[in-house]
Design a protein around this ligand. Sequence first.
Ligand SMILES: Nc1ncnc2c1ncn2[C@@H]1O[C@H](COP(=O)(O)OP(=O)(O)OP(=O)(O)O)[C@@H](O)[C@H]1O
Ligand SMILES: [Mg+2]
Length: 260
Amino acid sequence: MTLIALDGVGRTVELPDAPPLQILSAVDLVIDDGDRVSIVGRSGSGKSTLLNLLGLLDRPTHGEIRFDGAEVRRLSDARLARLRGASIGFVFQQFNLLPGRTAIENVMTPLLYDRGAAFWRRERLAAAMLERVGLGARLTSMPDRMSGGEQQRVAIARALVRRPRLILADEPTGALDLETGSTVMELMEEVARETGAALVTITHDPAIARRAVRHLRLEAGRLVPLDGAEAPGAAPAASEAVSAPERRREFESEPEEVRA
Ligand SMILES: Nc1ncnc2c1ncn2[C@@H]1O[C@H](COP(=O)(O)OP(=O)(O)OP(=O)(O)O)[C@@H](O)[C@H]1O
Ligand SMILES: [Mg+2]
């Protein structure tokens, strides 16, 4: 099912002493439930601007965005904020954890805005999500006492604790070493798969980009699909785009293929 659809979306910002800056000119994009999309583009090409639009943090200056069928333009700021809280999880390069709050307090934060049962169960839900990301023994650790990879796992737990339909990750591995980065991506992909969430990852790293199923690049204010030879790590590394469980299945089925 279509989760979010952008049709001819642009974003122009007014500058005090210069003509208006057109960051995005005409972006068309449809993201379905369970989709896995990567977006690359040079610095300043508008990736974070686009992510803020996808995350309902900003409104387009032209074009149309529909979230779950509803035209974003027609929704009030309060309605957008509720929709965002319930349906979207953000993961950033710099983790953006609340300092002076423990891991579990950080993960509970989004549940404070839940109007349903999750509000009352927030402690148990947060503990379970931290358990899920392998930090069950670090519930009361302070972020500044955790490694970068651990902090990013707390941030992932916080992004996922309300079971969002859309996970938006802006350079999620940018502050991590190669191996920690790919562990963090694997985890995010696994949990997204478990919950059926769509995952949109913005990255400079071709190895991270190629983990997605659909590959896009922002260029001159537009999104262009990267297919075939242009795709990040085309042909030779394509097998890495396959998720870990799929890889395992492939691996497990190998002997049969050999026998056949
Ligand atoms: N509110 C704003 N006012 C003025 N300029 C802005 C505003 N938001 C973004 N920009 C400019 O728009 C351009 C795109 O910014 P954006 O942060 O989306 O780029 P990016 O692709 O995420 O870059 P990076 O890879 O460095 O993170 C930049 O030149 C930035 O300075
Ligand atoms: Mg950016």
